[in-house]
Design a protein around this ligand. Structure first.
Ligand code: SAH
Length: 363
């Protein structure tokens, strides 16, 4: 098996079957995959990790995704929306530390008040900065006009995970209604690309019903879409969600973690110059999880700079509320661990994905 993997790593084009073999590697064999991914990262994008300050704007959500702890049907979630001033303070925290970019994520809403609020926030952030910061939005599916308004107001990147590229799995993990629709979500990604956004997507890894072949297809989907940035991480069950009933079907949590590291590494080998985030969900399983993600090919970490009192409420999955807040001391430790993983922090740089400027697929 070791030799087979080494042969695959020499190829310039990887087939679905190659991807399946790589994703199936055991702990010993995975090391050469991880090393190859690290080598490609050094060669194509350099050894820099970029911080994006993550602001979890609100957990109010109109969707009812069967895996997500902030789904509209979860009556146990205490709902919040942070004030504009709190957003600006968080942005200031990130920019004062020369992080160069922030991510605004939220439960999904598409009412006028929400659209206006986000637009206002974007305009204010752009005004308060001398140098235009990178602003990523992760606010779910929206109308083209809304995406355009937010782009014009200063957002440059948009992250919209497809969760799974397999239509059957997508159906099983979402309610059967007009709101939740894989094709429309993919259409949204095309729209974002057309509008000029640096476009990101991603999937959950280790979902019930998901096979290694599904994950290989997910990687090929991202390649075909010519996506610029990827955020993907292990699925972690949440007891207040309908998908919890399938917890006995899941891989043990350490295996979901290991599979996620392999997905990051194989994606780096496949797509070379994209930005890959080392997800918070990795950290929820292993306190050093994000740093391990960096070692195997990721180049983005999103420290959570949401005011601490809201952390418990943005409760997407089990273990998330227990993650310690990212204080200056903690960031120093993180920096050391990033150095151990072979990277420097890319301070003062927005860290736009090189892929965006070389994208070959025309929309
Ligand atoms: N509403 C926005 C983003 C908020 S949720 C949107 O629709 O894009 C952000 C991401 O958290 C989701 O895309 C999903 O991939 C992830 N997530 C939600 N529940 C999860 C769970 N139980 N385990 C792991 N990741 C989860």
């Amino acid at each position: 098996m070791h030799n087979k993997i080494a042969d695959i790593l020499q190829k310039s084009v990887l087939s679905k079957n190659d991807l399946i073999i790589l994703l199936s590697a055991n702990k010993d064999n995975a090391e050469i995959i991880f090393n190859k991914a690290a080598e490609i990262k050094t060669k194509y994008i350099g050894n820099y990790t970029y911080f994006r300050g993550l602001i979890e704007l609100s957990n109010i959500c109109t969707r009812n995704c069967l895996y997500c702890g902030i789904r509209s049907g979860n009556k146990n979630a205490e709902r919040y929306m942070i004030s504009d001033e709190e957003v600006f303070n968080s942005v200031k925290y990130a920019l004062d530390r020369h992080w160069g970019s922030v991510v605004i994520q939220s439960g999904e809403r598409s009412d006028t008040a929400f659209i206006d609020k986000v637009e206002h926030i974007l305009r204010q952030i752009t005004q308060m900065c001398e140098k235009k910061p990178g602003i990523t939005l992760s606010l779910g599916e929206q109308k083209t006009d809304t995406f355009k308004r937010w782009f014009d107001a200063g957002a440059t990147r948009y992250l919209l995970r497809i969760e799974s590229s397999n239509p059957d799995i997508f159906k099983k993990i979402h309610p059967q209604d007009k709101l939740h629709n894989l094709e429309r979500r993919i259409e949204n990604l095309y729209t974002l690309q057309k509008l000029g956004y640096i476009t990101g997507t991603g999937v959950m890894i280790g979902l019930p019903f998901q096979t290694i072949e599904d994950l290989a297809n997910d990687l090929l989907f991202m390649q075909k879409l010519d996506i610029d940035m990827i955020g993907m991480g292990p699925y972690i069950e949440h007891e207040d969600t309908p998908l919890y009933q399938y917890r006995d079907l899941l891989l043990p949590i350490e295996e979901r973690y290991f599979l996620s590291l392999k997905m990051i590494a194989v994606l780096r080998i496949l797509m070379k110059d994209v930005n890959i985030a080392s997800s918070t969900a990795l950290q929820a399983i292993n306190p050093d999880g994000r740093e391990e993600g960096i070692r195997v090919g990721a180049n983005v970490i999103m420290p959570n700079i949401t005011p601490v009192r809201y952390h418990k409420s943005y409760n997407l999955y089990k273990g998330k509320p227990d993650i310690p807040p990212e204080t200056d001391n903690y960031i120093k430790i993180l920096e050391k661990q990033i150095a151990l993983a072979g990277d420097k922090v890319g301070y003062g740089d927005k860290g736009d994905p090189k892929h965006f400027f070389r994208r070959t697929v025309e929309r």
